[in-house]
Design a binder for this molecule. Structure first.
Ligand code: NAD
Ligand code: ZN
Length: 343
């Protein structure tokens, strides 16, 4: 099969012909149709210090995908060739305290698809059946391909109650954009999106933001005044990884407000703990998706009218992976999809 491979330590990825993946009695073999490019893939492609520490080439990269079941292991009873599926990219141990209590997203022994084991930027991918999500009828195939980052958005957006609340979202990358649409669908009152990139600010407005601001030009106090807010934000979703964005969020919360942090900073961030204490804020880290409640919620949201398709802005054949990665890296894009059906 054809696959996008990190063949050796250093920058770049190459399209290679590799053996088809082996699959065991509890596994599902999936013929990949569409994949999404994640920031993680960009780190691996450019071979930054995180990638150099983490990745052991040769490795097939990629973890956001949708495909059709090609074959199943002999223990797999409820999936069949032809089913449209995606994969949860966090393969958990199943044996630790949290796994055995059903809190799989807290497993400390998680193995990452396309990071610690061969991934989905390939014509075929194999996964344990417990990681395979069978899509509900009517789910768009491109949307199916981005259930992983959509799940990050849903997990974060539903971490705290947002019905009737005033919400701050910092960072309108693909995940912040989808979180904006989820917050709108879930009944938030004001949604302020802070994002320096004008292309993404414009997309955030389309996805349901009440007000979009450039944090370099306007502060959040100013945004609150424009909307007539007097007490601060009830819920903040930090989706940029940027230190100034987190600092600004903490300073602009209502008393008793909640901050969900998804963005991954590249360095330590000094935090105003005094404000967290006196204003009685709740700060919670969010990693991945809840298995599989987030997947269920995503399916419910989509089948009850949520539309995240405007967050998908670019489409390429997998043969044009260099152009696809360049579009994702440029910042002037939402989600970038690669098509693996063109053989
Ligand atoms: P992205 O890098 O495409 O988006 C981040 C956005 O933040 C960019 O558009 C950038 O312009 C914007 N930004 C930069 N400085 C800002 C500032 N001061 N204020 C407001 N916005 C600012 O990333 P993404 O794919 O949308 O992911 C969002 C974040 O979540 C990233 O930090 C990513 O590493 C992280 N992430 C976390 C998880 C998890 O499980 N916790 C999973 C996936 C991604
Ligand atoms: Zn575990």
């Amino acid at each position: 099969m054809r696959a996008l491979v990190k063949t050796a330590a250093g920058p770049g990825l190459s399209l290679e012909t590799v053996p088809d993946p082996e699959y065991g009695i509890n596994d599902v073999l999936i013929r990949v149709r569409r994949t999404g490019i994640c920031g993680t893939d960009l780190h691996i492609e450019s071979w930054d210090p995180w990638a150099a520490r983490t990745i052991k080439p040769p490795l097939i990269v990629g973890h956001e995908f949708a495909g059709i079941v090609e074959a199943v292991g002999s223990n797999v009873a409820d999936l069949h060739p032809g089913d449209l599926v995606s994969g949860e990219g966090h393969v958990v141990c199943g044996r630790c305290r949290h796994c055995r209590a059903g809190r799989y997203h807290l497993c400390a022994n998680t193995v990452g698809l396309g990071v610690n084991r061969d991934g989905a930027f390939a014509e075929l991918v194999a996964l344990p059946v417990t990681n395979v999500w069978h899509h509900w009828p009517g789910i768009d195939e491109e949307v199916a391909a981005i259930f992983d980052p959509f799940g990050n958005a849903v997990h974060t957006a539903l971490a705290f109650p947002i019905l009737g609340e005033d919400v701050l979202i910092s960072g309108a990358g693909p995940i912040g954009l989808m979180a904006t649409a989820v917050a709108r669908h879930a009944g938030a009152r004001f949604i302020v999106v802070s994002e320096p990139n004008p292309y993404r600010r414009e997309l955030a407005a389309r996805m349901g933001a009440t007000l979009v601001i450039d944090p370099r030009e306007r502060d959040l106090g100013d945004a609150q005044r424009e909307l007539g807010m007097v007490e601060g934000f009830d819920v903040a979703m930090e989706m940029s990884g940027n230190a100034a964005a987190l600092t600004a969020a903490i300073a602009n919360m209502a008393h008793g407000g909640s901050i969900a942090i998804l963005g991954i900073p590249t360095a330590e961030i000094p935090i105003d703990v005094t404000t967290i204490v006196f204003n009685q804020l709740t700060v919670r880290g969010i990693y991945g998706r809840e298995m599989y409640e987030t997947w269920y919620k995503m399916s419910v949201l989509l089948t009850s009218g949520l539309d995240i398709r405007p967050a998908i802005t670019h489409r390429f054949s997998y043969r044009d992976h260099e152009a696809a990665f360049a579009a994702a890296r440029s910042g002037d894009s939402g989600k970038v999809i690669m098509d693996w059906t063109d053989r």
